[in-house]
Design a protein around this ligand. Sequence first.
Ligand code: NAD
Ligand code: MG
Length: 392
Amino acid sequence: MKPFGLTVLGATGSIGENTLDVVARHPERYRVVALAAHRQFDKLLEQCRRFRPSYAVLADAADAERLEKTLRAEDIATTVLSGPDALVEVATLAEVDGVVAAIVGAAGLPSAIAAARAGKRVMLANKEALVVAGRLFMQAVRDGGATLLPIDSEHSAIFQSLPAGFSGDLESAGVDKLVLTASGGPFRTWPAESLAEATPDDACRHPNWVMGRKISVDSASLMNKGLEVIEAHWLFNAPPSRIEVLVHPQSVIHSMVQYRDGSIVAQLGSPDMRTPIAYALSWPERIAAGVAPLDFAKLSSLTFEAPDLARFPCLGLAFSALEAGGDAPAVLNAANEVAVAAFLAGRARFADIPRLVDGALSALDLAASPDLDSLLHKDAATRRWVEQQLPS
Ligand code: NAD
Ligand code: MG
């Protein structure tokens, strides 16, 4: 069998590294065609030594030139490209069968959408791409004849719990509800007063998952779950009224589908992203992912509680943006990205994140059915608006 040609966008991140860990277990099955990162030169160099991709991409042209020189001196023939256009280029190469879209934030949208238009298997970790441009993204998947598979663990769980061949019609599949589980993050039990003073290190100390810093903060504010509600809406064609969020601190049940006959089908496993990554890579088959099976005898209990929207307003803001439609989710996402970056840089407090997102949703005029250019403009305008609210 010809190996599956793979591009990994965001190769040096948490999802990217986990992807390469799975791929390395199946050298006969996958060939790494391209690896792309932002600025992590040393990590990408190491990955090029190990996987010998045809292409590598870095943001900066001087870095790219230096990487190519270093690789040539070691007799590694990788071509190194730079800039946002190069991400689109390596996502759409003829020799590429599938693209792992694992760039963080709206920066990952153009390359992910290009992969969809080019008819690739798009393995999506970059939930922000669907939040910003869900309608256009899904249209690109249909137009390109692409296969869109979720990497986000909750969406992988739902995908695995829906009937095989699910066509996008929840009604005819007998589904009442999609239940997205949430760990509740590191601040689940913190009182509101302490939350306001939480530091970036507090926020990045996630109880169950090791992840990039942006998604760690999103998990702490529950904005991550809000983004995932919007992601589920587009992936499974689910109206907001059919999407429920349930806090489940142990992260063993990764999400569930509730059917009209009373059945609830769930996917369980250790909290390890290699499981959903492996499933997206090998679907409809299953491959080893290096993940230890759950030991039920060691699980003391599984607990559940409703999310607290008063302490975690970001989740409610995301539901409202989804209900509002149009470019509201793009504004929500852009405002959140800037607010989280400011929080991580010590320029904003944790409680400023929902305040800024709410402010942006009220301050910017929302459009009903924007095209991609208008969405990108709105994204930029939102970023400027939030920047203006921050201390310089
Ligand atoms: P990360 O910060 O660890 O990695 C981000 C990657 O994207 C890095 O390789 C970085 O170099 C690259 N990147 C960042 N900005 C870029 C830009 N402007 N252009 C090109 N490349 C850029 O993040 P992560 O935790 O791996 O998350 C990646 C995506 O996957 C996010 O959208 C996140 O929400 C989603 N996700 C992550 C997890 C997880 O467990 N980490 C789980 C579910 C979904
Ligand atoms: Mg998730």
